[in-house]
Design a protein around this ligand. Structure first.
Ligand SMILES: *[C@@H]1O[C@H](CO)[C@@H](O)[C@H](O)[C@H]1NC(C)=O
Ligand SMILES: *[C@@H]1O[C@H](CO)[C@@H](O)[C@H](O)[C@H]1NC(C)=O
Ligand SMILES: [Ca+2]
Length: 277
């Protein structure tokens, strides 16, 4: 019984999200940015980060929690996020550009919850990192092409980018690789693209890719996918362009469950959940 409870707690811990996998601090991810400021939400969803966790998230990426002034400077050039997050010195607020009844009480400016006495409260985070190399993003359009930073030039060293594709519920995501050239090594330990059939970089691992062979097309099981690109401290290469298109649900004949198709031509249909790495 005690062991069961312990196991449950372990699993719960993992499901909650922040933390280490294979000795690496894994990021949580939803991200929009302006003027070196960006918003981050925990992998487990909105309003899940304590002050200490929010700080750790920003520092993990070489930045720090944004100050009120930095958030306001970003807001002035259009940074608008409808979610309260930690700033430096334990302050909480969010930047509103367009007034709306459902966000910011119809006001514009930084909606300021003030300095929180209770640092265990859970909010999102606003990080400041002007030197971060711009990469990654959240895509919701039905199709798009995205590229490694600087493409068609070579990518730089020490990059970490996350892309999230979130489509309408019921749609699936069809990824195809248009160009692909990363530093090659047998285990893809140096530079790689990882693909996850889920909303984070822990669950639904599909594969890790490097070298210059075009990976096969991939179709998600659900409406969300995550891609991670990482480059290490030396040796770069040409980079990549990846295209995705939304696949609308097939009427009647239910796809997904019990389809016997795991591969047709060069399309990998992801069947069911993937086990953890
Ligand atoms: C601080 O906030 C947390 C999370 O909302 C809550 O569980 C806790 O009771 C609060 N502590 C105090 C002293 O109010
Ligand atoms: C897969 O399903 C199709 C249609 O239901 C069927 O015609 C085909 O024989 C099946 N293939 C295998 C390998 O079971
Ligand atoms: Ca490299």
């Amino acid at each position: 019984m005690i062991i069961l409870i312990y196991l449950f707690l372990l699993l719960w811990e993992e499901a909650q999200g922040w933390g280490f996998k294979d000795g690496i601090f894994h990021n949580s991810i939803w991200l929009e940015r302006a003027a070196g400021v960006y918003h981050r939400e925990a992998r487990s969803g909105k309003y899940k980060l304590t002050y200490a966790e929010a700080k750790a998230v920003c520092e993990f990426e070489g930045g720090r929690l944004a100050t009120y002034k930095q958030l306001e400077a970003a807001r002035k050039i259009g940074f608008h996020v409808c979610a309260a997050g930690w700033m430096a010195k334990g302050r909480v607020g969010y930047p509103i550009v367009k007034p709306g009844p459902n966000c910011g009480f119809g006001k514009t400016g930084i909606i300021d919850y003030g300095v929180r006495l209770n640092r265990s409260e859970r909010w999102d985070a606003y990080c400041y990192n002007p030197h971060a190399k711009e990469c990654g993003g959240v895509f919701t359009d039905p199709k798009r092409i995205f590229k490694s930073p600087g493409f068609p030039n070579e990518y730089e060293d020490n990059q970490i980018c996350y892309w999230h594709i979130r489509l309408k519920y019921g749609q699936r995501i069809h990824l195809s690789f248009l160009n692909f050239d990363l530093e090659d090594d047998p285990g893809c330990l140096a530079d790689y693209v990882e693909i996850y059939d889920s909303y984070d970089d822990v669950h639904g691992f599909v594969g890790r890719y490097c070298g210059d062979q075009l990976p096969d097309d991939i179709i998600s099981t659900g409406n969300v996918m995550t891609l991670k690109f990482l480059s290490d401290a030396s040796v770069t290469a040409g980079g990549f362009q990846i295209k995705y298109v939304a696949v609308d649900p097939v009427s009647k004949s239910s796809p997904g469950k019990n389809t016997n198709t795991t591969s047709t031509g060069n399309k990998n249909f992801l069947t069911g959940r993937f086990s953890h790495l």
